[in-house]
Ligand binder design. Structure first.
Ligand code: ASP
Length: 321
């Protein structure tokens, strides 16, 4: 997909987008702008980025039609750290159960005076649809198996933070590539920033045309592990699969699970990522998930700064001096 170069003024990129729907449509420079902005929001000393006022007077709504832990809480906190007022909507317990449509629900909430809607839905393209029906900005917080742009951004931010760069790194995406929106956002973002991406999993969990995106495909984790600088371990998306895509969890775990014995074949400084939730003992054993190579909680922490950067760029006022 060809992406237009964003406008520049005196060497600096001017952010013009009102929506963040996916990494596929972003120019590499836009991705770097978000990462650089997130770095400004990262507070080296404190527990979380300091409070700002860039979104004072704005209202951000979380519109979640699918479960979430990290994305939902960190978008809420990110908005409040920037001084916005927040509304938290979840479809369970709402008038959706009375038959109200997705668009009507969103339009009614927008009528409260919303500036940004952060949308999660099981249907791919749902945030895109809302961006055509609402006047406020829309952020995709995960749409079916399509994209999860802020997860992709926080993964890439964590890679850049730990490794110092992204270009030239070999990144393995391991697991359920077919049903993972995190895989797709990682693929688009990492390739745009010059990484080599290898997707690895059972053939039933790898989309047949994925190579067209520019990635390499492997079916044996032990073959690619020694090549990888980073491995992003993706959860098996049981909620999006039909059954019988692999013989058993035990076998999946034996072939694609990350355990201490397997880790010995990797580079000593392998960076291990996982978007969460993790199924301990399936994709990762507890000692690996909590071990020195794992950046799982660092990712969660970085998610706050990345989401602050996204909200700021889409709706914020210039940073305070
Ligand atoms: N939390 C991520 C998502 O919503 C990853 C996962 O659920 O496996 O896509």
């Amino acid at each position: 997909m060809k992406v237009d170069l964003p406008a520049r003024e005196s060497g600096k990129m001017i952010w013009t987008r009102r929506h963040l729907l996916g990494l596929e449509e972003l120019h590499p420079q836009e991705i770097v702008t978000i990462l650089d902005m997130a770095e400004e929001f990262t507070d080296s000393g404190g527990n979380r980025p300091r409070k700002r006022t860039n979104l004072r007077g704005k209202v951000v709504v979380n519109l979640f039609f699918e479960p979430s832990t990290r994305t939902r809480t960190s978008f809420g906190l990110a908005a409040r750290q920037l001084g916005a007022d927040t509304i938290d909507f979840s479809s369970s317990g709402s008038s959706v159960s009375k038959g109200e449509t997705f668009i009507d629900t969103a339009k009614n909430i927008e009528a409260l005076g919303i500036d940004l809607a952060v949308v999660r839905h099981s249907v791919p393209g749902a945030p895109h649809l809302l961006s055509q029906h609402l006047n406020c900005g829309v952020v995709n917080a995960g749409d079916g198996a399509h994209e999860h742009p802020t997860q992709g951004l926080l993964d890439i931010f964590t890679i850049r933070q730990v490794k110092g760069h992204v270009e030239g790194l070999t990144v393995g995406l391991v697991g359920d590539i077919a049903h993972s929106r995190v895989a797709r956002s990682n693929i688009h973002g990492l390739l745009k920033l010059g990484a080599r991406v290898i997707v690895c999993g059972p053939s039933t969990l790898i989309p047949p045309t994925v190579e067209r995106l520019g990635v390499e495909v492997a079916h044996r984790l032990d073959d690619i592990l020694p090549l990888c600088d980073v491995v992003n371990v993706l959860r098996i998306q049981f909620e999006r699969q039909r059954s019988g895509l692999f013989p058993s969890i035990q076998e999946y775990s034996r072939l694609f699970g990350m355990h201490s014995e397997r880790l010995r074949r990797a580079k000593p400084d392998l960076l291990l990522l996982a978007p969460g939730p993790i199924n301990r003992g399936v994709e990762l054993t507890p000692e690996v998930a909590d071990g020195p190579n794992s950046a799982i909680l660092k990712q969660v922490k970085n998610g706050l700064a990345v989401r602050m950067a996204v909200l700021y760029l889409l709706a914020g006022q210039p940073p305070e001096a």
